[in-house]
Design a protein around this ligand. Structure first.
Ligand code: GDP
Ligand code: MG
Length: 516
C-alpha cells in the first residue's frame, strides 16, 4: 500500500462521549463490519468491558475507504476512556499522526477531553474536533464549539458536528481523516524501524505484534531484532488488523479501584485464576544515604514497588513520591467542596479558570497515592456526578513517608502493608482498623487488630469472640442433616484466607480498600 494513502488515527474522548459508537459507525461505513443491530461496540471485546460498558484495552482495526477515486487504508486505534486507564492512551497515540477528539454536545468539554487533547498536542498530532450527540434534545453544539476555541485554541469552524448514534454526518469524519491528517512518514529504503504498540501471544501462531512502521519494510521470512531485548525473531506472517483479532492480556499494575476490580474479574473469568488483592500502591523512590548502600543496591536511588521492601529511614537521605497534574472540570457551584477535597489530599493548586459562564477548570498537583484509591469516587459523589477528572504524570517530589503494618493477633497481613505520608498515618491506620473490624466476621476467639509503625502501635480495634455452633439448631436431629451442615461449613471456609488462625473472607480486603 503506498504510504501516502495510509492514515493512522485514534479516537479520544471523555468516557461516554461516544467514542465506541463512532468507531462502530466508521467500521460500518467502510464495510469492515455488517450494518446490523447487534454491532454494538465491536471494539470493546472483552467480557468485562461489555458488562461494564467501558473500554479497557486499546483495540485496532484497519478500514478501507474510497474517496475521490482513491482507495485509502485507515488504521483506527480505539483507546480506553475511563480515567483509571489513561496511560494506555499515550501508548496508542505514539502510533498515530492524528486524532478525532470527540466531545458530547450536551456535556461539553470534560477533564479527560482536556488531558487527552494535551497528550495528542504534545505528540504533535493533528486534532480533529468532533461534536457528538447533536440529536439530543439538550444538545448545545454552539456552546461546545466556543469551549473548544477557548480551551484548545482551535477555530470553531473546524468542529464536525455529528450524531454517532444515528450516523448523521459521520461520512465527513472519514473525509476529514483523509484531508486533515498527514500520512505516516516512512522511509521505505532505510533499514526496518518499527514501534510495537501492542502485542498478544497465540498458542499456535506465536507472538502477534501490532506495529507502527517508521522506516523500511517488513515481509514474511524476515529476521527482525527487538531493540530492547536484542532477541531475534522470524516473521511468519504479515497482516493488517481486523476487529476479530484477539486482544492482549498484558497486565496494565492497578491504577484505581475500578481497575483493580476489572482485573480481578478478568483474571477470574478468563483464566479461572483466584487472585490475592493487595493495597494498590505507587512506585516510591528512596535516595540511599551511604556509599556502602549505593554499592550494595548498585544505585543511588531505588524504586520501591512492594511496600514490604520499603527501606528503613536509617538507610535513606530522603524519600520521593510520584506526583501527577490533575484536571478537574466542574459546574461552578461545587468548586468550594472540590477545593477542600483537593487540600485534604495534599494537593497544590496550579490554575483555576472559567471555561464558560458556569464551568470551572481546576489544575492541581497531586501526590499520586492520594488519588489512586478513591479520589475519583469522592469527587463524583460530592458533585452529584457532574465533576470530571483526569491526570498526567508530573515526576517526583520529596515526601515524609513511613511504612505501616496491619496485624491480626500479632500476625502481619501482607495484603495491607501500606506506605503512608507521616501526616496521614494516624487517620489511615485508624480507618483501616475500623473497616477491618466491620468486615471481619466474629470468630471463636477475640481478634486484636493493630496498625503499627516500626514498633509503635498507632491504632487498635477488637473483634469480640463469638461462639458459632452450626449444630445447635438441630440438637438431637438426624445425623444426615448434621453431616450436611458440617459439610456446608467446610465448603464455606474455602473462600477464606487464613492469617494465623484467623479466617478472613477475601472480599473483606476489597471492603477495607474501598472505603479507606
Ligand atoms: P464511549 O465511552 O466514549 O466509548 O461512549 P459510547 O460509544 O459507549 O457511548 C456512550 C453512550 O452514549 C451510549 O449509551 C451510546 O448509545 C450513547 N451515544 C453515543 N453516540 C450518541 C449520539 O450521537 N447520540 C445519542 N443520543 N447518544 C449517543
Ligand atoms: Mg467505549
Amino acid at each position: 500500500f503506498p504510504v501516502e494513502d495510509i492514515r493512522n488515527f485514534s479516537i479520544i474522548a471523555h468516557v461516554d462521549h461516544g467514542k465506541s459508537t463512532l468507531a462502530d459507525r466508521l467500521l460500518e461505513l467502510t464495510g469492515t463490519i455488517d450494518k446490523t443491530k447487534n454491532n454494538k461496540q465491536v471494539l470493546d471485546k472483552l467480557q468485562v468491558e461489555r458488562e461494564r460498558g467501558i473500554t479497557v484495552k486499546a483495540q485496532t482495526a484497519s478500514l478501507f475507504y474510497n474517496f475521490e477515486g482513491k482507495r485509502y487504508l485507515l488504521n483506527l486505534i480505539d483507546t480506553p476512556g475511563h480515567v483509571d486507564f489513561s496511560y494506555e492512551v499515550s501508548r496508542s497515540l505514539s502510533a498515530c499522526q492524528g486524532v478525532l477528539l470527540v466531545v458530547d454536545a450536551n456535556e461539553g468539554i470534560q477533564a479527560q477531553t482536556v488531558a487527552n487533547f494535551f497528550l495528542a498536542f504534545e505528540a504533535q498530532l493533528s486534532v480533529i474536533p468532533v461534536i457528538n450527540k447533536i440529536d439530543l434534545k439538550n444538545a448545545d453544539p454552539k456552546r461546545v464549539e466556543k469551549q473548544i476555541e477557548k480551551v484548545f485554541d482551535i477555530p470553531g469552524d473546524e468542529c464536525i458536528k455529528i450524531s454517532a448514534k444515528l450516523g448523521t454526518n459521520v461520512e465527513s469524519v472519514l473525509q476529514a481523516v483523509i484531508e486533515r491528517i498527514p500520512p505516516p512518514k516512512v522511509y521505505r529504503k532505510n533499514p526496518l524501524r518499527a514501534l510495537v504498540f501492542d502485542s498478544t501471544f497465540d498458542q499456535y501462531r506465536g507472538v502477534i505484534a501490532n506495529i507502527a512502521l517508521f522506516d523500511g519494510v517488513v515481509s514474511k521470512g524476515d529476521k527482525i531484532v527487538s531493540a530492547h531485548t536484542k532477541k531475534t525473531y522470524e516473521v511468519n506472517e504479515v497482516g493488517i488488523l481486523n476487529p476479530n483479532e484477539q486482544s492482549t492480556h498484558k497486565l496494565l499494575g492497578f491504577l484505581g479501584l475500578l481497575h483493580m476490580e476489572v482485573f480481578n474479574q478478568r483474571l477470574e473469568q478468563e483464566y479461572n485464576a483466584s487472585v490475592i488483592l493487595t493495597t494498590p500502591t505507587v512506585p516510591y523512590k528512596a535516595v540511599l544515604s551511604s556509599a556502602k548502600l549505593i554499592k550494595e543496591y548498585k544505585e543511588k536511588e531505588i524504586t520501591v514497588i512492594n511496600p514490604a521492601q520499603f527501606p528503613d529511614k536509617s538507610k535513606v537521605t530522603e524519600y520521593l513520591e510520584p506526583v501527577v497534574l490533575g484536571t478537574v472540570i466542574t459546574p461552578d457551584e461545587y468548586t468550594g467542596k472540590i477545593i477542600a477535597l483537593c487540600q485534604a489530599r495534599r494537593a497544590v493548586q496550579k490554575n483555576m479558570i472559567f471555561i464558560d459562564q458556569n464551568r470551572v477548570m481546576l489544575k492541581y498537583l497531586f501526590p499520586l497515592n492520594e488519588i489512586v484509591v478513591d479520589f475519583y469516587d469522592s469527587l463524583k459523589s460530592l458533585s452529584s456526578g457532574y465533576a470530571s477528572f483526569d491526570y498526567e504524570d508530573a515526576g517526583y517530589q520529596a515526601a515524609e513517608l513511613v511504612k505501616m503494618d496491619i496485624l491480626l493477633n500479632g500476625n502481619f497481613v501482607e495484603e495491607l502493608v501500606t506506605i503512608v505520608h507521616k501526616e496521614k498515618a494516624y487517620s489511615v491506620g485508624k480507618n483501616i482498623c475500623e473497616r477491618l473490624k466491620d468486615s471481619l466476621p466474629r470468630q471463636l476467639f477475640e481478634i486484636a487488630i493493630q496498625a503499627v509503625i516500626g514498633s509503635k502501635v498507632i491504632a487498635r480495634e477488637t473483634v469480640k469472640a463469638y461462639r458459632k455452633n452450626v449444630l445447635a439448631k438441630c440438637y438431637g436431629g438426624d445425623i444426615t442433616r448434621k453431616m450436611k451442615l458440617l459439610k456446608r461449613q467446610t465448603e464455606g471456609k474455602k473462600k477464606l484466607r487464613k492469617i494465623g488462625n484467623i479466617e478472613v473472607p477475601k472480599d473483606a480486603f476489597i471492603k477495607v480498600l474501598k472505603t479507606q
